[in-house]
Design a protein around this ligand. Structure first.
Ligand SMILES: NC(=O)C1=CN([C@@H]2O[C@H](COP(=O)(O)OP(=O)(O)OC[C@H]3O[C@@H](n4cnc5c(N)ncnc54)[C@H](OP(=O)(O)O)[C@@H]3O)[C@@H](O)[C@H]2O)C=CC1
Ligand SMILES: CCCCCCCCCCCCCCCC(=O)[C@@H](N)CO
Length: 314
């Protein structure tokens, strides 16, 4: 029954000879994806703010693959700059919205400026990109009769709320809502949305994040194994090529995908079967993880109470 029911239908999204546009392509996961896509024979464009880092990335990719990469300096918060970059680069076949910022902090201690900054870049920036790229992408799929892709970089913190990530998790959960609705709207144009959910990944961004990350965030995020940017990039590109809606990156990610399947599109009958069968079991595993996290948080806050309070209250 699931083989008949699973929707949207599975596709292959080829990369060779196609235009892949990657935001945040100058660093970390984006740079790894740009390099891998260039190696597969795609025409790659990358966008980020810092022009010097973009040029460095272009040289790195040229050295690794012999391919020339288009670079565009723009801030995703600037809708006009994004539209200009996309117009310059030409119609896109695979749009990878990978740019992102993350500064973990308890909400009570975090400035609202910083909260807005994360939402503006991670969420609104993705809106700007999709709005600007979509008309030409649709025209292109009509012309080439090949499926196209819009890939959005979420995070495992976009599948489960994590201590220290109120703003970041909100921005990454929001991308899922956007992606589910968008898939309905673009399927008739043969455009396939992929949401990618990596765990902690070794990148310049993560090194920066660690300077400020609360210990409880470290502990909870440590429940999922840490990955290398190249491995996340490979998983992401394979997910995009097979038109997968939810793209997990490691074993914990596969469990999270089943636990949070909800009403998301599913083109693979096999995955649909695992979700149906695994739902109850993965809910149980999820409750065990939450038990463990809440125990850790409880012990942590207990250990921070003044000693005289502990003595008198016992
Ligand atoms: N590393 C990790 O542990 C994980 C990362 N992710 C997600 O993966 C994505 C990439 O992360 P990672 O590789 O670690 O990040 P990095 O910090 O290493 O790189 C971020 C990239 O995004 C660009 N960028 C940031 N802000 C903007 C902006 N306003 N406009 C345009 N470009 C921008 C940066 O360039 P510049 O600063 O020059 O603009 C850079 O190219 C993010 O969305 C992140 O949330 C998800 C799970 C885990
Ligand atoms: C059903 C069973 C589930 C079992 C596994 C649960 C593990 C969840 C761990 C959450 C990790 C969040 C890491 C976010 C990384 C990130 O996005 C930052 N580094 C910023 O980039």
């Amino acid at each position: 029954a699931l083989a008949f029911l699973a929707r949207p239908r599975g596709v292959r999204v080829p990369l060779r000879g196609r235009h892949v546009f990657i935001t945040g392509g100058s660093s970390g996961i984006g740079l790894a994806m740009a390099t891998a896509a260039a190696r597969e024979g795609a025409r790659v464009s990358i966008l980020a703010r810092n022009a010097a880092r973009l040029k460095e990335a272009r040289d790195t990719i040229r050295a690794a693959t012999g391919q020339e990469v288009g670079v565009h300096a723009a801030d995703v918060r600037d809708a006009e700059a994004v539209a200009r970059a996309l117009a310059e680069s030409g119609p896109v076949d695979v749009l990878v919205c990978n740019h992102g910022v993350f500064v973990p902090q308890e909400l009570e201690k975090q400035d609202m400026e910083e909260v807005k900054w994360m939402v503006d870049i991670n969420l609104m920036g993705t809106f700007h990109l999709v709005k600007a790229a979509l008309p030409a992408m649709k025209a292109r799929t009509r012309e080439t009769h090949l499926p196209a892709s819009i890939a959005i970089m979420s995070s495992q913190a976009g599948q489960v709320g994590v201590y220290g990530y109120t703003a970041y998790s909100a921005s990454k959960f929001a991308l899922r809502g956007m992606g589910e609705a968008l898939q309905h709207e673009v399927i008739a144009s043969n455009i396939h949305v992929s949401l990618i959910f990596p765990p902690d990944t070794e990148t310049p961004g993560l090194a920066e994040e660690h300077k400020r990350r609360p210990e409880l965030t470290n502990i909870i995020a440590g429940s999922s194994g840490r990955m290398k940017a190249d491995d996340v990039a490979r998983k992401a590109l394979n997910g995009i090529k097979s038109g997968k809606f939810v793209v997990p990156c490691n074993f914990e990610g596969a469990m999270l995908a089943v636990a949070t399947a909800g009403l998301s599109p599913q083109s693979s009958p096999l995955m649909a079967f695992l979700e149906v069968i695994g739902a109850g079991l993965m809910r149980f595993v999820a409750i065990c993880f939450q038990w463990n996290w809440f125990s850790t948080i409880e012990n942590w806050s207990y250990s921070l109470l003044p000693i005289d309070y502990l003595v008198t209250s016992s």
